[in-house]
Design a binder for this molecule. Structure first.
Ligand code: DP6
Length: 342
């Protein structure tokens, strides 16, 4: 039996944001979220288990061609330990992973990274898990990764609503990528790793932000209204809700001392508002994750115009246009326009 598998996963960009964890173990989110999985950016990950232990029995992580230790290896090993426990495989692994976009910069590399790792590791270990189980495994490492297991519009409920007794919480595909008239123009404002990892920043926000309780109240309401509008394809109703979700999340984090915005972030946000107000691109709206980049959602017909306008904003290094994309898949399995469900 081959103990090797390669998986590809794409980042996802949340329209209603996950920020904050339920108290206790298991990495359950405190608020529900809804995202779009993006083609155009990808993480490709190969996992190979070695029955004979190599290198002192440690797992090995190679990221973009360089051997990595410390926190990224600890998080990857924790996922592999769950796979080893479930499969009974007593073997160390080598993970070889490549991002075709900046890593750890707020472009959702942990989402695509852990989704690809969860799928590759389970398959390499001989586990034939369905997508929901893979999503639950990915969520335990990084909650946004649960959503990248599926394509198109994807929801991750808050942990408080999950069946706590079983401890399982997977994301759920809502709308397949082929029927979503949206593009995402990613305005890259830095090639560097972000200043504050989202895991630590959201924990500290929960402890220190005076607005965290308000966020916990607002997040689920925003999400519910936004989900109804998104399911109806009513993007003009989604627009203010998505911007509000991002700004509420950032306002809450900022009050705890975490500011991800740079000059170019603010300029790109203003450019999006100006394009909308002037009628240059009526459908455009923005979101921002735990990094300095601005992601502009726009109807497909306006995407090229918006991308070239935003590329002219001082401090925007380049733009990448992403279309709705598929869920995580094995490299030797064909993708289709479904949500990634198996
Ligand atoms: C701002 O999923 O990276 O992108 O579960 O601690 O790994 P952990 O956090 P992570 O947080 C993502 C936060 C966000 C919003 C979102 O994607 O919903």
């Amino acid at each position: 039996m081959s103990l090797r598998a390669t998986a590809v996963a794409h980042p996802n960009i949340a329209l209603s944001k996950y920020w904050g964890k339920r108290a206790g173990a298991g990495n359950f989110p405190a608020v529900p979220s809804l995202s779009l999985t993006l083609a155009g950016l990808a993480t490709t990950t190969t996992v190979e288990f070695f029955a004979l232990q190599r290198g002192g029995g440690e797992d090995e992580l190679v990221l973009n061609g360089e051997r990595v230790q410390g926190e990224p290896l600890v998080r990857a090993t924790a996922l592999l330990d769950r796979v080893r426990a479930a499969s009974g495989l007593d073997a160390r692994a080598r993970i070889d992973t490549t991002n075709d976009f900046p890593t750890a910069s707020g472009l959702a590399s942990s989402a695509s990274g852990f989704a690809a790792l969860a799928l590759a590791a389970t398959r390499a270990a001989g586990l034939d898990w369905d997508s929901a189980r893979v999503s639950d495994l990915a969520r335990r490492s990084s909650a946004s990764a649960a959503r990248s297991v599926f394509g198109g519009l994807v929801e991750l409920e808050a942990g408080v609503l999950a069946p706590i007794e079983s401890g399982v919480l997977a994301a759920r595909p809502l709308v397949p990528p082929g029927s979503i008239d949206l593009r995402v123009v990613v305005c890259v404002t830095s090639e560097e790793a972000k200043a504050h990892g989202s895991t630590d920043a959201m924990r500290a926000t929960a402890e220190r932000s005076p607005y965290y309780a308000a966020w916990l109240g607002e997040g689920p309401c925003l999400h519910a209204t936004l989900k109804t509008a998104a399911l109806a394809g009513d993007w003009s109703a989604v627009a203010p809700l998505a911007e509000r979700s991002a700004l509420a999340m950032h306002g809450c984090a900022m009050a705890a001392g975490f500011s991800y915005f740079r000059d170019a972030t603010l300029r790109a946000m203003e450019a999006v508002r100006a394009l909308r107000a002037s009628g240059g691109a009526k459908s455009v709206f923005f979101t921002i994750d735990a990094g300095p980049h601005v992601k502009a959602f726009v109807r497909a017909a306006e995407a090229d115009r918006v991308a070239s306008e935003l590329a002219r904003v001082p401090g925007v290094l380049r733009t990448i246009v992403g279309a709705p994309g598929p869920g995580a898949h094995l490299l030797d399995e064909p993708t289709d326009s479904r949500n990634g469900e198996r």
